[in-house]
Design a protein around this ligand. Structure first.
Ligand SMILES: Nc1nc2c(c(=O)[nH]1)N[C@H]1C(S)=C(S)[C@@H](COP(=O)(O)O)O[C@H]1N2
Ligand SMILES: [Mo]
Length: 518
């Protein structure tokens, strides 16, 4: 009779074997420069997350949703590993099969990721093999003594378990740490290839402020101290980041290029040097996310520098049958907008610079699209790989996932000051930003409780593609107040008070805050 491995040790055996499988997979992936099995599975989960769950995740975790996903995946794997360990003591082949299943899932997910090939299956395979071997050693009872003496019951060897288990756990920690180091080096190498600064522009920026505020409004300079909470330009490291990427795509700047193809007369390729050699301009553009809740912070304003999209498209010669400008990133993400948008006079561009710096890796280095007036999900492809002129048969990443095919930005306004729920009585300000990209902000009004809508003072109108700061002087006496804001764009349309959710095409409603004045 065998003395079986006690249950709690079986569970530990599953955990350390599973841990080794995962970390060996990560390490081999980092060495061979393919997607790690964990990230591949995570990306598959992201790609297949239904709309309601994605919304729920954003509501719960905000921009930490990726961290939450990682923690979720690791928790599920840990649970599965415990089960694998428990199964393995009953039937070793069940345990090994369990690990093999995870190996197959990782292999298939990795090899199928955009930009990956069959080689991406190797880390999962090696990881699973390492995990299975260790599991086998840990839970299989020692058959007979070395001298082959019979009559000695094959039994569980606690000492051997602890030694092997401890060594495996240590091995997993080392493999995981090394995988991290190699991944950080990879990202550092991309960052080192980032040319800072870009060669200076031939022509100066054209964004001279257009001042057209009505007479009774005194001008506030866009960088007035009051707006410390929300500076007119959003610094790169404070600019919101939204994408589906669990790790940065591989960018090899010397071999990078993007294609313009599809319904064009002359398919073209542009390298980074090609882009630098073409005429460029700087434009201040407010970029925002369709997932931004009323009052939310998934919005930023930056000076983007790049080549005008229409110039690139004219070189390729867009055919009259083309309906959609459909772009793909290095990591296989896609977005698309109507061809007319590229030619209707707005300054859609392939951007390579942001706020005077080379476009940061987080925001799409080497190049991204920036299209004034459209939400990011239909237009702002980062880590650009290709632009295809096509029909509406091609669907951008978020469209089959329940978001609208067309994504013009809705007129919105946000209260940034006061930021705290309670303020001292006396003279102060209510202030914030309002945006209606490519239509422009005409006026902003503030309502306190059920009082009249009061006209806010507007900062300089830099362009119709950027947000405008606004301000209302306020001298409240102690009490509780409800403050709301609404903006009117230059087409004369005032923001609706009707509250709608972010899906499928952007939230509506008045940003409302409650303030206690002490
Ligand atoms: N490659 C890639 N580009 C992308 C996305 C993405 O998931 N992958 N997300 C888009 C969305 S939804 C938005 S709102 C903007 C955000 O750009 P930012 O991260 O530079 O602020 O990028 C867009 N470009
Ligand atoms: Mo977005």
């Amino acid at each position: 009779m065998n003395t079986p491995v006690p249950r709690q040790f079986a569970a530990v055996a599953g955990l350390v074997a599973g841990g080794l499988a995962v970390t060996v997979g990560m390490f081999v992936a980092s060495l061979t420069k393919v997607v790690s099995p964990i990230d591949a599975v995570g990306s598959e989960v992201i790609d297949h997350t239904p709309l309601w769950l994605k919304e729920q995740a954003i509501q719960w975790f905000g921009t930490d949703d990726k961290l939450a996903l990682r923690i979720g995946i690791v928790s599920i794997l840990a649970l599965a590993a415990v089960c694998v360990g428990l199964l393995a003591v009953r039937r070793i082949w069940l345990g090994v099969a369990g690990i093999a299943i995870f190996g197959v899932v990782g292999s298939v997910a990795a090899a199928g990721r955009p930009g990956e090939s069959a080689g991406a299956a190797l880390p999962s395979f090696l990881g699973a093999a390492a995990g299975a071997l260790v599991l086998y050693r840990l839970v299989r009872p020692r058959s007979v003594d070395a001298d082959g003496a019979s009559g000695v019951a094959a039994s569980w060897d606690r000492r051997r378990f602890l030694v092997t288990g401890g060594a495996t756990a240590a091995g997993a920690v080392v493999a995981g740490a090394m995988a991290r180091v190699v991944e950080e080096r990879r990202v550092d190498q991309i960052r080192e290839s980032i040319q800072t600064p870009l060669p200076s522009l031939v022509a100066p920026a054209l964004d001279a402020p257009v001042v057209d505020a009505p007479d009774q409004m005194q001008e506030i300079p866009p960088d007035a101290e009051l707006f410390d909470e929300t500076s007119y330009l959003t610094p790169n490291d404070e600019f919101y980041r939204i994408d589906t990427a669990l790790s940065f795509p591989n960018v090899d700047i010397d071999n990078w290029s993007f294609e313009i193809k599809g319904m064009v007369d002359r398919p073209m390729k542009f390298t980074y040097a090609d882009l630098l050699a073409l005429p460029q301009a700087e434009r201040t553009v407010t970029l925002c996310c369709v997932s931004n809740e009323v009052g939310g912070d998934l919005i930023g304003n930056a000076v983007f520098r790049g080549v005008m999209l229409r110039d690139l498209l004219d070189m390729a010669g867009v055919r009259s049958t083309a309906e959609q400008v459909y772009s793909t990133s290095l990591d296989g993400w896609t977005s698309g907008f109507p061809v007319e948008v590229a030619f209707d006079g707005r300054d859609a561009m392939v951007a390579i610079g942001m706020n005077g710096e080379t476009l940061p890796l987080e925001h799409g280095y080497p190049a991204r699209l920036v299209v004034p007036g459209l939400y990011g999900y239909v237009s702002a492809t980062k880590w650009l790989a290709e632009i295809k002129l096509t029909t509406w048969d091609d669907e951008g990443y978020w469209v089959p996932r329940g978001w609208a095919a067309l994504g013009p930005v809705k007129t919105q306004s946000r209260i940034d000051v006061p930021r705290t729920r309670s303020v001292a009585a006396g003279k102060q300000a209510i202030a914030g930003v309002a945006w209606a990209q490519h239509r422009g902000i005409e006026q902003v009004e503030v309502q306190v409780d059920d009082g009249p809508w009061q006209m806010a003072t507007l900062a300089a109108d830099v362009s119709i593609d950027t947000w405008r700061q606004w301000l209302l002087e306020w001298e409240p006496t102690p009490g509780k107040y409800t403050v709301r804001v609404r903006a009117t764009d230059k087409t004369g349309e005032t923001q609706t008070e009707l509250q709608t959710p972010v899906a499928p095409n952007g939230a509506t409603g008045h940003h409302t805050i409650r303030v206690t004045v002490e």
